[in-house]
Design a protein around this ligand. Structure first.
Ligand code: PSU
Ligand code: MN
Length: 318
């Protein structure tokens, strides 16, 4: 009897050359999401910021790899022209991990969230990722069950994630509870509190603090050596000069959430709606903070990725 053998489908990855060379040489690479380019900021500020983010990653000694989807393939690293196209083309869909297979099947452009960018980074062999704000447990999740796939993906992808916490549009205490339950380490780098994106502190102390780049690298590798399959979350707060008063953001957010509820905005459209509302109410100050924090997290991620690549070459006990 002839045994039928199923052919395995591989996800088509297209690497930009610089990224591919760095991965093969074990050089530091920082993966970056594209949803923040298409949905986080208006054109042309989005393109300018994405460029600046790539610039600071390079200046720190790592290679940037902006992730996206186009033509049924996962792009691992974008060129300047790709970034311009993603930033200026209207209507590119937000693609989280649940949406990836459909986008890959039907073709077209897709902007990857934190969750789907982590899927791509792991497939590509990139152990570091940076984004300013992660998704989390939404306020009122007990009723709506709205919990970002970003959190679920942290339990699955072996990628270190550097961020400035999450926006206070989310229920940050519940977000941290979720991460604790699912054994996702949260480490504040050179700081004490879990940051809240626009604000240096969410008012909640981070479960851990580490001050040395090499200690972060050691913690990441030990987490994986212990048999864990997921991410390690490293936070770096917004700089004080770029921060916005937390009470101001909170007040705007309460109003915007009520308006969203009234207008029936829910699901994956909610994050963008709330962010827009804050931008309008702060007359662009929050967009400025947004750009600043994207750049500062990328800077820190680059430093940490360099230390991590070095540590992998030469692991040392404390
Ligand atoms: N938080 C931000 N800015 C963002 C996002 C979150 O401060 O742009 C985006 C990221 O791409 C993140 C996604 O991965 O929203 C989470 O969306 P959802 O809550 O629908 O999973
Ligand atoms: Mn959601």
């Amino acid at each position: 009897m002839k045994l039928s053998r199923n052919r395995r489908v591989n996800v088509p990855l297209v690497f930009n050359e610089e990224v591919s060379e760095a991965i093969h040489a074990g050089e530091p690479v920082v993966a970056l999401e594209s949803n923040v380019i298409t949905h986080g900021l208006p054109y042309p500020e989005n393109v300018a910021t994405a460029r600046k983010v790539e610039e600071v990653v390079r200046a720190g000694g790592a290679v940037p790899a902006t992730i996206g989807i186009e033509g049924g393939r996962l792009m691992i690293g974008m060129t300047a022209a790709d970034i311009e196209r993603f930033g200026s083309t209207p209507g590119i869909p937000k693609v989280s991990s649940r949406d990836m297979c459909v986008l890959l099947a039907k073709g077209g452009m897709g902007a990857t969230t934190v969750a789907s960018s982590l899927v791509a980074a792991e497939l590509a062999g990139i152990p570091f990722f940076a984004s300013a704000g992660i998704g989390g447990v939404h306020r009122g999740a007990a009723r709506t069950m709205d919990i970002s796939s970003d959190l679920i993906q942290f339990t699955r992808s072996k990628v270190a994630v550097v961020c400035a916490g999450a926006k206070s549009i989310l229920d940050l205490a519940s977000t941290l509870e979720y991460l604790e339950t699912h054994c996702v380490p949260v480490i504040a780098f050179q700081s004490d509190d879990f940051p809240a994106f626009y604000c240096a502190s969410s008012g909640i102390r981070s479960p851990h603090r580490l001050d040395e780049e090499e200690d972060i690298a050691r913690a990441i590798e030990h987490h994986w050596a212990l048999g864990n399959r997921g991410s390690v979350l490293i936070t770096s707060p917004i700089r004080e000069k770029d921060a916005i008063d937390g009470r101001v953001v909170d007040a705007i957010m309460m109003k915007a959430m009520a308006a969203a509820d009234n207008e029936g905005v829910r699901g994956n459209a909610l994050t963008k709606y709330l962010m827009r509302a804050v931008d309008e109410a702060t007359e662009g100050r929050s967009a400025k903070a947004n750009m600043a924090v994207l750049v500062s997290t990328a800077e820190v991620a680059s430093r940490l990725a360099v230390a991590h690549a070095q540590y992998r070459r030469q692991p040392r006990c404390k």
